[in-house]
Design a protein around this ligand. Structure first.
Ligand code: KPL
Length: 297
């Protein structure tokens, strides 16, 4: 049993807290002033209290140093969250990040001791908040964890055990490629659903196909130049199957923009533009999405 800190009580933070609490001591760090019990509701409608100790940043100092920290906040919130928790990690702590989009790995590695691990967890576990304090669990997609530094690679088996209560969980020795695969899906779906205010399934209409092909062509060129083996045809297949599987859902970016929240566009199209500029690849379609979403948020 590990002493686990989960940072962020969004839908994914609550789902991870629920599953990992079957095996570990969970402390859940929230920015909300209310520290009462959070709830997990299964798809069959049964609701259970989540076995976690709720704290806010003022109580961090009263905790025993954590063995495992799972950061579930959005890409642009990770650095600030890490700064808050850094003093409370034990010297062999494993830090795991899980968010849409790329980035954060180099910045975190530069701040960790070489005995502290860094790993990334991609997940297709799905849920939504029915109240600020409860999550409804809607889907059990795969979750895959991979090491992002040597200390995590060396202890990948231990991490595998620690996350074994997550549904459909596995580990990978090439998490960078898996992150790219998820990124390509996000590039095809998230900005267009936010700009046109449509559900994921509506993007299958022919009017969107040229833009989706152009966005993914640019991104695949960047990925290939980085040494990641992805093909445009596979990226398109994957994006259209996610549109079908989640046809009735609004993407996270559509929800962020329609609720006037900051979006993850910098970690999605922004990452492709930034890498494209470094690698000498033009990315006008991703740049257009980046600019349009920035204007809206
Ligand atoms: O990850 C997603 C999101 O909404 O952020 C999906 C559903 C896969 C769409 O890109």
């Amino acid at each position: 049993m590990a002493n686990v800190l989960i940072v962020g009580d969004g839908a994914i933070g609550l789902l991870f807290s629920h599953f990992l609490s079957a095996q570990h001591d969970i402390t859940l760090l929230t920015r909300k002033p209310t520290l009462t019990t959070r709830f997990y509701q299964a798809s069959n409608g049964k609701s259970h209290p989540i076995k976690a100790r709720l704290i806010n940043h003022k109580e961090l100092g009263h905790s025993t140093p954590f063995d495992l920290v799972l950061i579930t906040v959005k890409a642009f919130q990770v650095q600030a969250a890490f700064k808050q928790i850094k003093p409370y990690l034990n010297e062999n702590c494993q830090v795991v990040i899980s968010h849409n989009g790329m980035g954060n790995v180099d910045e975190l590695n530069a701040q960790l001791l070489n005995t502290q691990g860094l790993a990334f967890l991609t997940t297709r576990l799905a849920g939504f908040k029915t109240t600020p304090y409860s999550v409804n669990h809607t889907g059990n997609g795969e979750s895959v964890l991979g090491a992002c530094n040597a200390a995590a690679s060396e202890r990948l088996n231990e991490l595998k055990q620690q996350f074994s209560y997550l549904p459909h969980f596995s580990v990978s020795d090439d998490i960078h490629s898996l992150r790219w695969q998820k990124l390509l899906v996000n590039i095809a779906i998230n900005p267009l659903t936010a700009i046109h205010n449509v559900k994921n399934g509506q993007l299958r209409a022919p009017q969107f196909s040229t833009r989706i092909i152009n966005l993914l062509s640019e991104a695949c060129l960047v990925a290939n130049k980085q040494g990641v083996d992805v093909k445009l045809s596979e990226a398109l297949d994957q994006a259209y199957s996610v549109m079908t599987a989640t046809a009735e859902n609004f993407s996270s970016m559509q929800q962020d923009i329609s609720h006037n929240r900051e979006s993850e566009i910098d970690a999605i199209c922004g990452y492709v533009c930034e890498q494209g500029a470094k690698l000498g690849i033009k990315t006008p379609y991703n740049q257009a999405m980046l600019s349009m979403i920035k204007i809206k948020s």
